[in-house]
Design a binder for this molecule. Structure first.
Ligand SMILES: Nc1ncnc2c1ncn2[C@@H]1O[C@H](COP(=O)(O)OP(=O)(O)OP(=O)(O)O)[C@@H](O)[C@H]1O
Ligand SMILES: [Mg+2]
Length: 451
């Protein structure tokens, strides 16, 4: 039987003892961390499941979780919660934890839940592997939108994915930089190799080097064992360097060195060795501006910026709002076991009037909230957060016209796309759109669509 690796993050030694008792023997490998820095130093993507206390002195389980997700996006976490802290457990589930268990827990129950999560993970891994080998074509399945800007972006992704070129993805917060990074990866020749993320915000700068390049046992206080860095873990694969502008000068130099020499040197090791990684970097600030004021190395900037993929803010591609809203409604209805609600015209109108400073992430959150709060089968503006509900029609220079006009334009576009995809065979286009052929032909007439 393959070994099941469990990472326990908890500061209580009683819990450590319980785990050691339950998960002994060759079947399990148990890693124990007591705080944030140990957790970050000990974790690796081979861990099958993380069990984590929500209350960790000096930080919180959620904070640690957010950090670990960056280095191991496939991470599966079960939270341990004290009695009466159910809200944080819900928060954790929203963030992507797979399960939670209240302390004191029943040992059999604990073991059962852990085994179940590990089993699911193994099945998933097999499926992902299968899918990856089957699906060699370009796929942007989870990227939604019809705007010209997005299509151009996806074209660029398609063109650069197979190259080994370094890529810099720029755009405001929430515009989909990470999603695009993953799309580049998924459509690259490296898709069967690791994709690991590193986000320097919230990680203490003293740990950057160790996390990125690894360390040898004893190379600094607290380095109790050798640790592989992300660059070694991702060898042959892709590293996503998120919020690149936050890197200190020293780390910037080291990354520049990897890009130039394709070599790294773990802390405490006297020789460097070759690694083969592709770097995709992202930033939501104007990096060139940072270069001008001396806060970012110019040479590194040019090395990273070989290909620039810029994601425009949502307010500059409003036509993506309706399909995104529909997508998120379906997603959150399914996740919350609700029947998929529809949107009222007023609801969509509010979405179209709001400027979305937090971009797609803000839209996603607003829809998630609406789906959860909606009392009936239709989403109405009442369930929207106040700032969105009170959004007023854009100023007169807006070129979006009135609401019906907008909806018709959207319908037109959907139909045109479907027709083009299906060589103007109406029956097939109707199937594609999941509407009746008679409905389609009526719409074609009414919206005056022709080849
Ligand atoms: N075109 C899209 N289709 C579907 N979902 C999207 C799209 N763009 C972004 N999202 C979703 O919006 C959320 C934010 O995207 P992402 O995390 O990639 O943004 P980001 O630019 O990295 O943001 P930040 O700068 O805040 O880290 C994610 O949940 C992502 O899946
Ligand atoms: Mg991001």
């Amino acid at each position: 039987m393959t070994e099941k690796t469990i990472h326990l993050i908890d500061d209580e030694s009683i819990i450590h003892d319980i785990f050691r008792r339950i998960f002994k023997g060759d079947e399990y490998k148990l890693i124990i961390s007591e705080n944030m820095s140990q957790a970050l130093a000990n974790h690796h993507p081979g861990v099958d499941v993380v069990i984590m206390d929500l209350m960790i002195p000096g930080t919180s389980g959620i904070e640690i979780f957010k950090q670990l997700v960056r280095v191991d996006p496939g991470i599966r976490v079960i939270f341990l919660t004290a009695f009466g802290t159910i809200e944080s457990a819900i928060e954790a589930i929203k963030l992507g934890a797979v399960d939670y268990l209240q302390k004191p827990f029943n040992n059999l129950e604990l073991q059962h839940r852990i085994d179940r999560v590990i089993k699911e993970r193994k099945v998933n891994q097999e499926n992902i592997h299968l899918k990856k080998t089957l699906n060699q074509r370009f796929s942007f399945g989870n990227i939604i939108g019809n705007s010209h800007a997005l299509k151009q972006t996806l074209n660029l992704v398609e063109n650069v994915a197979a190259t080994n070129s370094t890529i810099l993805i720029t755009g405001e917060s929430g515009t989909g930089k990470e999603l695009i990074a993953k799309a580049v990866f998924a459509n690259s020749n490296r898709r069967n190799r690791p994709f690991l993320s590193f986000n320097s915000s919230n990680i203490p700068a003293t740990l950057f080097e160790s996390i990125l390049f690894g360390h040898r046992k004893g190379s600094f206080t607290g380095a109790h064992a050798d640790r592989k860095g992300i660059f070694d873990e991702a060898d042959g694969g892709t590293i996503f360097l998120d919020e690149i502008a936050n890197l200190d000068n020293e780390t910037q130099s080291k990354i520049l060195r990897v890009l130039q020499e394709k070599e790294i040197q773990p802390l405490g090791e006297n020789r460097s060795h070759k690694v083969d990684v592709r770097i995709i970097a992202a930033t939501n600030v104007d990096l060139l501006e940072k270069v001008k004021i001396g806060a970012f190395r110019e040479d590194l900037f040019y090395r990273l910026n070989i290909i620039n993929i810029h994601l425009p803010p949502l307010r500059e591609r409003m036509e993506d709002i309706p399909p995104l809203a529909e997508h998120f409604i379906r997603k959150y209805a399914e996740e919350n076991h609700r029947e998929v609600p529809g949107m009222s015209a007023e609801f969509l109108q509010k979405l179209m009037q709001y400027p979305w400073p937090g971009n797609i992430r803000e839209l996603e959150n607003a829809i998630q909230r609406s789906v959860i709060l909606a009392p009936g089968a239709t989403l109405n503006p009442e369930v929207l957060p106040a700032e969105i509900r009170s959004a007023e029609a854009a100023s007169a220079d807006s070129n979006y016209g009135d609401f019906n006009d907008l909806v018709n334009r959207y319908k037109r576009r959907l139909i045109l796309d479907a027709l083009k995809r299906n060589d103007w065979v109406q029956k097939r286009a109707a199937d594609d759109l999941k509407i009746k052929p008679t409905t389609l032909s009526e719409l074609i007439k009414r919206l005056d669509i022709n080849k």
